[in-house]
Design a binder for this molecule. Sequence first.
Ligand SMILES: [Zn+2]
Length: 298
Amino acid sequence: MRFPQLLLGVVVGFGHYRSGRRWHCAVGLGREVGTGGPRPDPSRDGPATLIRFGGDNLLFDTGRGVVKQLIRAGVAPAEVNPVFVTHHHYDHIGDLHDVVLSSWLGGRQQALRIFGPPETRRIVNALLTQIYDKDIEFRDQGEPAIGGWKPVEVTEIGAGPVWESAKWRVSAEYVVHGHGLDLPPAFRRRWVCLGYRFECAAGVIAISGDTVECDGLHRLAQDADILVQCCYLADAEITDETTRRLAKLTLACGDTVGKIAARANVRTLVLTHFRQKDAAMLDILALAGRHWAISMFS
Ligand SMILES: [Zn+2]
């Protein structure tokens, strides 16, 4: 049995950790990996996590630089399918067009399946019919060597089973990401955010998406071998009302991620989605260490 590999956010495999201690906290310290957030960061690209298992490449979010990261990871964009979208903040879908078009140019033969919250279809349709329609028509009709347009199939989902193959299955949970902010009720109803749970014979990987501690996160992370958890600020960066409000309502930070993982009985905690930082990163590690043995790798 080949163990799944988890790439882009950080690189870790079940096989690497199974023989080690039970508790680990792994923080993506490598340069130019997909562990950043919306603020441009020369050290990190936008949120994107790839699970490779049994010849399949499952991509979760398509942040800034994702296609470049796929190439660096040795994965041709045409080999990626399906794509799972957690929510519609631009740092998570900013390069969705690049995945769609580069996979087509790279020889994708099958329809690219995209799963995401309600309104994902509207976004993809806008990309295909209003923004890149001329590009698609140019290559479709003017460059026959490409072999003609290959479609995209969007499925809008909520909590529950999402998709499965003979070797794995993916389910989703609703997570809380800014729902307590002063947003109009009509907008809040449209603001659907998801986390995902990947299960196979080798184990379970949970991907929090953007969230604070909530019931949905606990359900998707329960007893997971790996939890890829957003962690925007280190403890030391939570210094005023703005950052306290962010940590409470919008994005989990160093003050809660270890507790989340411990409560869900997670084996390996992988932190991602960092605000640009340098030495303050150590504060995240220090805090996580209250609940976890630490393994750092780059
Ligand atoms: Zn977000």
